[in-house]
Design a protein around this ligand. Structure first.
Ligand code: ZN
Length: 268
């Protein structure tokens, strides 16, 4: 590798270091072929205009648009600015307004952030299909509304809401994830496969046995009982519904049982 730098005389290049000779006779072979560049510093940043020999044009004396220099807003800044007014109200003793999820969601979407890939696997609900029927495109879940229900839900302890959120966003530490970090972990003891969230909650034959009992109890208590549809876990907190709460408590019980099994096998 060769290093060159300009001396005080800008027309003179000083050869300051050389670690191999693979470039051969660079002074005669390469240097005569190099052409000087035309660079503008009007904006404060060096900007390449073209070859030095080209004819000057009015563009050479314009400051380029600064939009490219604008730093993109971070998602944290957007959320903080959405909460700023509320915090100000709280500090000044005025009425406290909690920022709505929708206003934050719009700001974040404006920044071009994509939704989590995991959210794309959930189907739209009947209501979402109905609300979308006059449009040309296919109906998709309305995540602004769904997440609002999940985060603003007041009738359920946070741990249950968190579980629904983890399942919805596929951010739960399930057997599959444990298995990726350690091949001895996260295996279903009945099926001997890495236990994905869906396997743990619904697909494993053992979980199915548990759900059979839960559904029998549910059916005996509620005349209009319907079994849990895994695809609609993200809208379980849409409204206060005793049947859904009963099923969420079952999901929680199944989840903690799997956790204690995984952690026992970790020897902790
Ligand atoms: Zn299994």
């Amino acid at each position: 590798m060769h290093y060159y730098e300009y001396d005080s005389d800008p027309t003179y290049i000083e050869h300051i270091s050389s670690s191999n000779d693979s470039w051969g006779d660079w002074e005669n072979d390469i240097l005569p072929s190099l052409k000087p560049l035309n660079v503008s510093c009007i904006s404060g940043f060096p900007r390449l205009i073209g070859w030095a020999e080209c004819t000057s044009s009015p563009n050479h004396f314009l400051i380029p648009s600064r939009t490219s220099l604008k730093r993109p807003r971070t998602i944290e800044v957007s959320i903080a600015s959405g909460c700023y007014t509320s915090i100000g109200c709280k500090l000044s003793g005025n009425k406290y307004h909690k920022p709505t999820f929708n206003s934050l969601f719009k700001k974040i979407r404006k920044l071009g952030f994509k939704t989590l890939n995991a959210l794309e696997k959930w189907p739209p609900s009947e209501e979402e299909i109905e609300a979308h029927k006059d449009k040309d495109s296919d109906p998709t879940p309305n995540w602004a509304v769904r997440m609002k229900y999940n985060t603003n839900c007041t009738f359920l302890d946070p741990k249950y809401r968190q579980l629904i959120y983890y399942v919805t966003t596929n951010t739960i530490i399930d057997g599959l994830r444990l298995h990726k970090s350690n091949p001895n972990l996260g295996l279903c003891p009945f099926c001997n496969i890495p236990a994905s969230s869906k396997h743990m909650f619904i697909e494993c034959p053992k979980s199915k046995e548990v759900w059979d009992i839960i559904d029998q109890l549910g059916n005996s208590h509620w005349g209009d009982y319907t079994a849990l549809n895994y695809d609609f876990i993200p809208i379980m907190l849409k409204e206060y519904d005793p049947i859904k709460l009963y099923q969420i408590s079952a999901l929680w019980a199944i989840w903690t049982t799997w956790c204690s099994f995984f952690h026992r096998s970790l020897g902790q």
